[in-house]
Design a protein around this ligand. Structure first.
Ligand SMILES: Nc1ncnc2c1ncn2[C@@H]1O[C@H](COP(=O)(O)OP(=O)(O)O)[C@@H](O)[C@H]1O
Ligand SMILES: N[C@@H](CCOP(=O)(O)O)C(=O)O
Length: 320
């Protein structure tokens, strides 16, 4: 269930009219997702059906949202297969529905590939590198709001819920990541707007071709290597064991590097960033599990998965 706020047919029809997207014919709540209220919307335009997604933002604010929405528009204008937020007559892409910030984007074709092959991983690697390069001249700046300062703030909050060995691991990893962030190699990492949550369920494929990347609502300015590490930690991991899949990782990395070769600092810090990526999602899953919003998160993700990935990444560093 990811309809926290009910939208009536009339309200949706009015918004779609204002956006000049045709006459509403169908409105259906989307079950997947945990953060926002999402609806699939169909309209009729010039006698043809057109599909959109209407999102009401439940947690993100009107101050934070322009960065995400304009980044999506920027990437779409650069030919990336990402949702393109629809503007009204005044050019605004952030709207209001039921007093909440809202957006309407085109519905991307395809299905999530939850059992990816090296070929799927190559497509993800190449697209990630293209997104990094295309976002270089994106003018707006917003930090990754789930970056190191948030980890430092949130670890003490989740700590009381952990076993002794988990507490020791999370504290020592946090200390290590603070140490890495202060290093000259870290300062040398190329940075820019990154997706920061490019998991299997945020990418669509159709007959083996990557047709969509969505859910930019954890995006922010961070190192490109962090984004790459987040991807490797999801696309190139055995989900049951949390272990590294060398064939899929080689494929993703080679395709990424064919578009944008890695720098010396990136090659050096890959093992540390793989640990950082695992720590980031271990912390957020613990936070969602132990400090849920009022009955809102009904499908909290399992934190122990990223605890396993972090232990694996520490025990068996992947070097280039
Ligand atoms: N632009 C889009 N095109 C196609 N499907 C989409 C699009 N945006 C969202 N979806 C669908 O909605 C579901 C929930 O979206 P998601 O962004 O993951 O929600 P949340 O941010 O609430 O977690 C996705 O799994 C996908 O099926
Ligand atoms: N990918 C994150 C959770 C983010 O949720 P989403 O449904 O908005 O992608 C995780 O797996 O912990």
């Amino acid at each position: 269930m990811a309809v926290y706020t009910e939208v009536s047919f009339d309200e949706a029809r009015e918004l779609l009219r204002q956006l000049n997207l045709g006459e509403l014919t169908a409105l259906r709540g989307i079950e997947g997702g945990i953060e926002n209220t999402n609806y699939f919307v169909t309209t009729e335009q010039d006698g043809r059906p057109a599909d959109y997604v209407l999102t009401l933002f439940e947690r993100l604010t009107s101050e934070q949202l322009p960065f995400y929405l304009h980044l999506m528009k920027h990437l779409a204008q650069h030919g990336l297969p990402v949702p393109d937020p629809a503007a009204n007559r005044d050019g605004d892409i952030l709207h209001t529905v039921q007093g909440k910030p809202a957006a309407v984007v085109n519905r991307l074709r395809g299905h999530s590939e939850l059992a990816p092959t090296p070929a799927h991983c190559a497509a993800v690697g190449a697209t990630l590198a293209r997104m990094h390069l295309a976002a270089r001249d994106f003018a707006q700046h917003q930090p990754n709001l789930r970056g190191l300062p948030w980890w430092n703030q949130t670890v003490p909050v989740v700590l009381p819920h952990l076993s002794t060995s988990q507490a020791a691991l999370i504290q020592s990893e946090l200390a290590y990541q603070n140490h890495v962030a202060a290093s000259s190699a870290y300062a040398a990492l190329p940075r820019g707007p990154v997706h920061a949550d490019l998991f299997r369920d945020n990418v669509l494929f159709e007959t083996g071709v990557l047709t969509g990347v969505f859910d930019f609502y954890f995006a922010g300015v961070d190192s490109w290597l962090f984004d790459l590490a987040v991807c490797l930690n999801d696309w190139c991991i055995d989900v049951q064991a949390g272990t590294h899949d060398a064939a899929r990782a080689a494929s993703l990395l080679a395709a990424y590097a064919a578009v944008r070769p890695l720098t010396a600092a990136e090659r050096q810090l890959l093992p540390a960033m793989l640990r950082a990526g695992a720590l980031r999602f271990w912390i957020s899953r613990l936070w969602d599990q132990h400090l849920p919003r009022e009955a809102a998160i009904l499908k909290a993700h399992d934190p122990s998965h990223f605890e396993r990935v972090l232990r694996e990444r520490t025990r068996h560093p992947v070097t280039l």
